[in-house]
Design a protein around this ligand. Structure first.
Ligand code: NAP
Length: 250
């Protein structure tokens, strides 16, 4: 792989995003570590990359805001060079509950975070990568969830549905840009050891449910990162519109 590959990973200060940033740097990518609020975590990911001789930059931006997305992508253009890879990783969920307890405000927050954000970032990436816009092509990976298949009953059907929308975007966008040098794929992680479960009100959710899974354990962020990096790499040059479950058989 050439050292001219430039990757932007949204929500990369911790969890799956941070693991993807570290692995991408190891593979020779110049890395933009996007974060929304936790500057210290993003800075520590950048520090680990630069300490190993890599190139990385932390950029604060809420990816649900058009102006912030534009500033984020402009910063990558200016500081790291031509964007070749986008990982739409930033996402969120809220307290576990049943569907009848979801209100309008929460639904709007979930749709905005998990659908609008990836749409805005994918649009900004296509404007830079597409041969239709004079770009040199590239690859996008959307971080969906096994929830889009399972539906997350009694936990967060809203979150699951937002990932269903992301799956549909993966299919539609992959076809829209297939002849313009851009591949668009998705990973669907299952239960992964990260801090997202605390947002659902159950920080130890993976420990509780993991032993009931086919592989009898939850996954590690690094196991998801490996699949993301595969989908972005030239090894996957004929793979587009595909979904890879990283869910231990779930
Ligand atoms: P995490 O530890 O909660 O990390 C998510 C990161 O995204 C946080 O650093 C968060 O930053 C950032 N973020 C959220 N909204 C953002 C926004 N609007 N703009 C910029 N950054 C934003 O979660 P994770 O488990 O690594 O999840 C990463 C992705 O994997 C998500 O899309 C999630 O849905 C998906 N996933 C996770 C699992 C799992 O079991 N962990 C399973 C399936 C899918 P702030 O703290 O500043 O909000």
């Amino acid at each position: 792989m050439s050292d001219e590959n430039v990757i932007l990973i949204t929500g990369a200060g911790r969890g799956i995003g941070a693991a993807t940033a570290l692995l991408a740097a190891e593979r020779g990518y110049r890395v933009c570590v996007n974060y929304r609020s936790d500057e210290a975590s993003a800075a520590s990911v950048v520090e680990r990359i630069t300490a190993s001789g890599g190139t990385a930059l932390a950029v604060r931006a809420d990816v649900t805001r058009t102006a912030e997305v534009e500033r984020l992508f402009d910063t990558v253009d200016r500081e790291l060079g031509t964007l070749t890879s986008l990982v739409n990783n930033a996402g969120t969920l809220e307290k576990q509950c049943r569907l009848e307890d979801l209100d309008e405000e929460r639904l709007a927050r979930i749709w905005t975070a998990n659908i609008t954000g990836p749409f805005l970032c994918a649009g900004a990436a296509v404007r830079r990568m597409s041969t239709r816009h004079g770009g040199k092509g590239g690859a996008i990976v959307n971080v969906s969830s096994a929830a889009s298949r399972i539906g997350s009953p009694n936990e967060y059907v809203d979150y699951a549905a937002s990932k269903g929308a992301l799956d549909t975007m993966t299919t539609g966008l992959s076809l829209e840009v297939a002849a313009e040098g851009i591949r668009v794929n998705a990973v669907r992680p299952g239960l992964i050891h990260t801090e997202i479960h605390a947002l659902g009100g159950e920080p130890r959710r993976v420990d509780r449910v993991g032993p009931q899974l086919p592989m009898r354990r939850g996954g590690q962020p690094e196991e998801v990162a490996e699949t993301i990096l595969y989908l972005l790499s030239p090894v996957a040059s004929y793979v587009t519109g595909a979904f890879i479950d990283v869910a231990g058989g779930r």
